[in-house]
Design a binder for this molecule. Structure first.
Ligand SMILES: [Zn+2]
Length: 98
């Protein structure tokens, strides 16, 4: 279970928000341990699990600036970049008629 500062639309105020899942530190360690493979599972978990208000259990938005979110984005970019470059290269090669 993770906890952070968030905003609940139903309560219309700042509240503590919770979501299921392991802490960022555990996920980050697993990402390193699996050479980045865990990152995809981590991203999926993040998409599936939503922040919930700790008071009314309604959907809430997390407003805590999270350093791990940026870190995760950077690692994801690092993994996507070679694929993007390779795709552009392949496309360009095809457009040249080879
Ligand atoms: Zn609420």
């Amino acid at each position: 279970m993770q906890e952070a500062l968030g905003y609940c639309l139903r309560c219309d105020k700042k509240v503590r928000v919770r979501r299921a899942g392991m802490g960022e530190r555990v996920n980050f360690f697993l990402t390193l341990a699996t050479l980045g493979l865990w990152l995809w599972i981590w991203v999926l978990i993040t998409i599936v699990t939503r922040w919930r208000c700790s008071e009314c259990e309604g959907r809430a938005a997390c407003i805590d600036a999270n350093e791990y979110d940026y870190l995760r984005g950077a690692v994801l970019l690092f993994y996507l970049l070679p694929w993007v470059i390779w795709s552009i290269y392949q496309l360009g090669w095809r457009l040249l008629g080879h």
